[in-house]
Design a protein around this ligand. Structure first.
Ligand code: 1BN
Ligand code: ZN
Length: 349
């Protein structure tokens, strides 16, 4: 009788210990795969892509300078093994062209990286009326985003390139001039997406005005929070929280908007309030820096490597919150206490 009772207690204790162990171990298995990766993005090399574009001169839509810059972007990408196509369209009788770079075999889910490669036809933020008629060189507003994409095209691990599409938008920056709209190229790109292609895009990251010497990127207000959270967390881990400010920024009409309107998570990495060089004749390489390009490039590079390493198939951004240790402790600890109390209770009986 006594032996029987002891056996029952031992068996109960074993069961409780087993449950307790499972409770403690199970949440740990849910911790996302941790990536240890050292970004390769080189700020000096990216800066040379920026000055190369500026060497063509101002690059407004339909201009010969923009055609030459397009050939340069095409050649740089092809040299790195990317497949490049031109998406032609006409806007207000001007021939415009988006440039699209993909890896020869594309994955079923992709991230779109975007930047505009056109520049503003007039420096309308200048105080002198004559200066206001001159075109902007666009070292920051145009060339900086393109330079970062070209450097990413060079350094991204080949294993993740199938999960990426790079789009260089035309006709972003002519709004309010000759009755033009803003973001014409990105609007055209999204309008042309088939529904299956649209569904394959799980995120869009826009790089715009990321080259200023005093680069500051707050959280652009219309961007997708979950995507922003991940990028800002990586920026803090990599020591770039002096650039990626964890403060709310204003809402910007930019090339990420058509993606958001189509239901695609999107983020605009943009310097706001706009630097003093914005839409002036001072938007030149000497007001930009390799360090600024490198901070943004490395954060995006890390993000892409981590995303591709941890995503099995389709993982829409907003529905994939990270599980952290604080959450594990708040769930597992109270359960563990309950189990211990139950164990003591069983033992006494
Ligand atoms: C960004 C860089 N933008 C133009 N150059 C977008 C923009 C649109 C900014 C409207 C202000 C007003
Ligand atoms: Zn602009």
């Amino acid at each position: 009788m006594c032996l029987n009772n002891n056996q029952t207690v031992v068996s109960k204790v074993r069961t409780v210990i087993l449950i307790l162990s499972l409770m403690l171990i199970a949440p740990i298995t849910l911790v996302p795969f941790q990536v240890t990766y050292s970004p390769l993005f080189d700020g000096d090399n990216a800066f040379s892509y920026l000055t190369d574009q500026c060497d063509f001169g101002p690059r407004p839509p339909g201009s010969e300078n923009l055609s030459e810059c397009r050939e340069y972007i095409f050649n740089t990408l092809v040299q790195e093994g990317w497949t490049v196509s031109f998406q032609n369209f006409t806007y207000r009788s001007v021939d415009c062209v988006n440039i699209i770079a993909t890896w020869p075999v594309q994955n079923s889910t992709i991230t779109v990286l975007g930047a505009h490669y056109d520049t503003r036809p007039h420096a309308d933020q200048e105080s002198d009326p004559e200066d206001r008629t001159r075109p902007v060189l666009g070292a920051n507003d145009g060339a900086s985003g393109v330079a970062a994409l070209l450097e990413l095209a060079r350094v991204l691990p080949e294993a993740i390139r199938s999960s990426i599409e790079m789009v260089f938008f035309d006709a972003e920056d002519s709004g309010y001039i000759d009755d033009w709209d803003w973001i014409v190229g990105s609007t055209h790109y999204v309008d042309q997406l088939t529904s299956s292609k649209r569904e394959s895009i799980t995120a869009m990251i826009l790089l715009d005005m990321i080259g200023d010497v005093n680069l500051r990127i707050p959280r652009e207000a219309s961007s997708t929070d979950s995507l922003q959270d991940r990028l800002w967390s990586i920026a803090a881990d990599l020591g770039h929280d002096d650039v990626f400010l964890d403060t709310p920024g204003s809402s910007i009409l930019d090339d990420h908007r058509p993606f958001l309107a189509a239901g695609i998570p999107a983020v605009d990495l943009i310097h706001t309030p706009f630097p003093w060089t914005w839409h002036t004749l001072q938007d030149t390489p000497d007001n930009c820096s390799p360090e600024s390009l490198e901070a943004v490039g490395r954060v995006v590079e890390y993000f892409l490597v981590e995303l591709t390493a941890s995503t099995v198939s389709t993982t829409p951004f907003p529905t994939d919150p990270p599980i952290d240790f604080a959450l594990i402790i708040t769930i597992a600890l109270p359960l563990a206490i309950v189990a211990i109390v139950a164990l003591v209770f069983f033992k006494r009986r």
